[in-house]
Design a protein around this ligand. Structure first.
Ligand code: G4P
Length: 534
């Protein structure tokens, strides 16, 4: 059954996306400017700390501020041009790539942010690959045009070659660095001239511009050399590129590129206008049984892609972030839970405007709601109003760092194990259980060093546990399976077998060499680097 026309209208005006970038490309700055244009904040600089510290509202924890990175991902919601936009923050640091992967499962499009001087950096490349895998359409925003950098043609060529993806410049920069004066919007055939002397302004002149007829205008605003160069570049791209094909964008083969300076608020509004025109709304979601769930299906459904515990230490809270995939959410509604097969009431729900939580009474497919969780949820769980709705699994990936914790006060060992369980349900770490020793002394697996640091800090801050980490020599984890996907518990060659929390057998070895040995000894076994959570 389909939702009512009124609900359908609400669903169709949702746009859910994330920004992907290498640290320092300007994600926080761009987010702030987007929130400013969305009317959520009224003065730029509100998000960044007044003393120039990285007190950014999208960063919740003190440690993130100290490190100048965004570790956990939050959700920000704003209205623009009649649309309800949900912007999901992704951690830029490589040690939190799994968290980012999960966020990308919850969006319909992504904005790839590139520093004009640095081009395609390592993290951007990795995140791009995830988007590609999921066939998410990608907008590209080239940032920091107010600084010297690569010329736009070179940069576009680099993006196309490195990522093996075609670009479609929507705007074109007029000068760069000291000589940056504005942008030309190829779709609306206008040039936008900014006043670069003042920071954080949105004063600009919009002048209709037709190449070949109005060329002189460029010379009025740019020095001769820059104007000559822009005209030459425009000649090149206009003759080489076919018109913008929205379908090629939606199937992920072409990325529309806009240029600007997030810091100076140049080109952010142009990006937003383009985004709101072309970004896809909620799409059908794949189910495990091979079918799709239509966002306008009247059966409410969603999945948990993130769990955040103890955001506020005073109230030991835990929030499960649900991406709504179909229908309408109403606060207090009863839903079924895929893993426990039981009924739950979603009585406390919130949406986020930066760090401020607001209670929501209703939300629609495309939205993200945070629901209060008393320990019912784990990453990948599905909720639905009726029937059985199981979305495709969110995979977890093989960690590369391993350790064990010991707690100073032996009486707190039980408490530590409970805390580790909570944190692994959140997806912050992975636990591996020795089948002989049991749950008492789990091995902790992390994808990156910083995850360990955060773990120790959180155990101290949130659970009042002083712990010591001893590193283990393992470096590779694999889930052994038969060809037809059945778990393998016995391996030849003296393997160290453990169990993950879902009771899947896992083998831990020190290095690839050992793994290759096991592969030779067990030729019929497949060693999986990732596994679904269910
Ligand atoms: P991130 O979240 O991607 O890590 O990047 P963030 O926004 O924190 O920006 C990283 C640095 O780049 C910041 O400088 C920021 O001001 C600067 N930046 C962002 N966008 C632009 C831009 O369009 N032009 C220029 N020139 N700089 C930009 P910082 O020195 O680390 O901090 P701050 O003192 O400027 O706040």
């Amino acid at each position: 059954m389909q939702v009512t026309p009124q609900i359908q209208k609400e669903i169709q005006r949702r746009r859910t996306f994330a920004i992907i970038s290498h640290p320092d490309a300007g994600k926080t700055t761009l987010t702030e400017k987007l929130l400013y244009h969305g009317g959520v904040i009224h003065e730029t600089g509100e998000v960044k700390g007044k003393q120039g510290t990285k007190a950014v509202t999208s960063d919740w924890m003190a440690m993130e501020r100290e490190k100048g990175i965004s570790i956990t991902s939050s959700v920000m919601t704003f209205d623009f041009d009649g649309l309800r936009v949900n912007l999901l923050d992704t951690p830029g640091h490589k040690d939190f790539s799994e968290d980012t992967y999960r966020v990308l499962m919850a969006v319909e499009s992504a904005c790839m942010l590139i520093d004009v001087a640095k081009g395609v950096e390592e993290r951007t490349k990795k995140l791009y690959e995830v988007c590609r895998l999921r066939k998410i359409p990608i907008f590209t925003f080239v940032n920091k045009l107010d600084r010297e950098g690569k010329d736009p043609l070179t940069l576009i060529d680099e993006v196309e070659k490195t990522l093996n993806m075609q670009c479609y410049p929507v705007t074109w920069p007029l000068g760069i660095g000291q000589r940056f004066r504005g942008i030309y919007n190829r779709l609306t055939k206008e040039i936008w001239i900014y006043d670069q002397r003042r920071e954080e302004v949105e004063d600009y002149k919009i002048i209709p511009f037709e190449k070949g007829k109005d060329d002189q205008i460029l010379y009025d605003y740019l020095d001769k050399e820059s104007a000559d160069q822009v005209l030459e570049e425009l000649d090149l791209i206009e003759s080489a590129l076919p018109p913008f094909d929205v379908n090629e964008f939606l199937n992920g083969t072409i990325s529309p590129v806009t240029f600007g300076s997030a810091k100076q608020n140049f080109g952010v509004d142009t990006f937003l206008q383009f985004f709101t025109k072309y970004a896809p709304g909620p799409q059908p979601r794949h189910l495990k049984d091979g079918k799709d769930m239509d966002p306008c299906d009247a059966n409410f459904s969603g999945f948990v892609f993130k769990i955040q515990a103890n955001m506020d230490k005073r109230h030991r809270d835990r929030i499960a972030f649900i991406r709504i995939c179909s229908g309408k959410f109403e606060r207090g509604m009863k839903v079924k839970h895929s893993r426990h097969d039981k009924e739950l009431r979603l009585s406390y729900a919130s949406q986020f405007v930066a760090a401020d939580k607001e209670t929501v009474d209703d939300a629609y497919a495309g939205d993200i709601v945070g629901v209060g969780d008393t320990g019912n949820f784990a990453i990948g769980d599905c909720v639905y109003a009726s029937g059985k709705v199981h979305f495709e699994d969110i995979p977890k990936f093989a960690p590369e760092l391993f350790g064990k914790l010991s707690v100073r006060d032996a009486l707190k060992r039980q408490k530590m194990n409970e805390a580790l369980n909570h944190l692994s349900e959140e997806g912050a770490i992975q636990l591996f259980i020795d089948p002989i020793v049991g749950h008492q002394d789990p091995i902790i697996g992390a994808v990156g060093e910083l995850q360990f640091e955060v773990l120790i800090r959180r155990l101290q801050d949130e659970y009042n546990l002083e712990v010591k980490l001893s590193r283990l020599p393992y470096g590779v984890a694999r889930w052994p399976r038969t060809e037809d996907g059945k778990p393998v518990t016995d391996l030849k060659g003296g393997a160290n077998m453990f169990r993950d929390l879902q009771d899947n057998p896992v083998v831990l070895v020190n290095q690839e060499w050992d793994l290759n040995w096991l592969k030779r000894e067990n030729p019929t076994v497949e060693f999986h680097t990732s596994i679904s959570r269910a």
